[in-house]
Design a protein around this ligand. Sequence first.
Ligand code: FMN
Length: 267
Amino acid sequence: MLPSIPGYSGVTSFPQVTSGKLLLNNFYLCCTNSFKSFPFHIGGAGLTLFVVLRKNSIMSLKEALHWRSATKSFNGEKIEQEKLDQILEAIRLAPSSSGLQPYKVFVINSRAIREKLTPIAWGQPQILQASHILVFAAWDELSAERVDGFFTYSNQVRNLPQTTTDDYRLNLLSLLDKKSKEEQFIDASRQSYIALGFGLLAAAELKVDATPMEGFDNAALDELLDLKSHGLRSTVMMALGYRDHENDWWSKLDRVRWPHDELFIEL
Ligand SMILES: Cc1cc2nc3c(=O)[nH]c(=O)nc-3n(C[C@H](O)[C@H](O)[C@H](O)COP(=O)(O)O)c2cc1C
């Protein structure tokens, strides 16, 4: 019988695996000299049948929450484009105050940029080891032009007259007008952290490792990416990739969280 292989599925009953096994990216390839019925197969020659077990790459939310950790050492492997796209889509779908999504996310693959980013992030090794670095950058102010731009777009998407949102929009603009430019940036930056959280969770569900990273020199990063010219300021980063099981000492430590009764105050 095929031994159970943690993290892989596809075959319930499998006689006599006799030779060969090959661990591919998401698949476990093995062969047998006798077969009955297999849900997955890619071909047979004589009595030898090759089967492919698909890696369980989607976890339940509960499993994902326990599995994830802020990876300190990545193995340099690139994440699949499909998974990256799913993580980015989760970030895109994150909620934000008034729906403004007052931020942009830079998806950095370029090694040259990551080399420049490493000293800015205090030499943290994840920057070069990771597959991709996401830089979250919030609007440097919630200007009327930007707010109006969002509501114009929103009404277009929903096929509604532009006047539909006038009351809400004008009320929001009068509230924002009372805030300094710095306070407006702080508001925007908070929203970017919600998007970060959505990205972290999406990555965990896909069994992609991710590190939220605030340990960097914001001004230097803003300069590197020329964020000022885009009206943006960096807030937080996320390194994405696969953990280096041997060297990722952090994932071997117990998770430390306040106990339930310490954290939650029931009224
Ligand atoms: C906003 C934020 C900034 C962080 N910055 C860094 C960082 O710069 N480098 C790093 O290795 N970990 C960073 N972390 C990871 C935390 O240290 C980690 O999430 C925390 O200790 C709990 O560990 P866990 O996420 O593995 O459960 C950051 C986490 C958050 C939420």
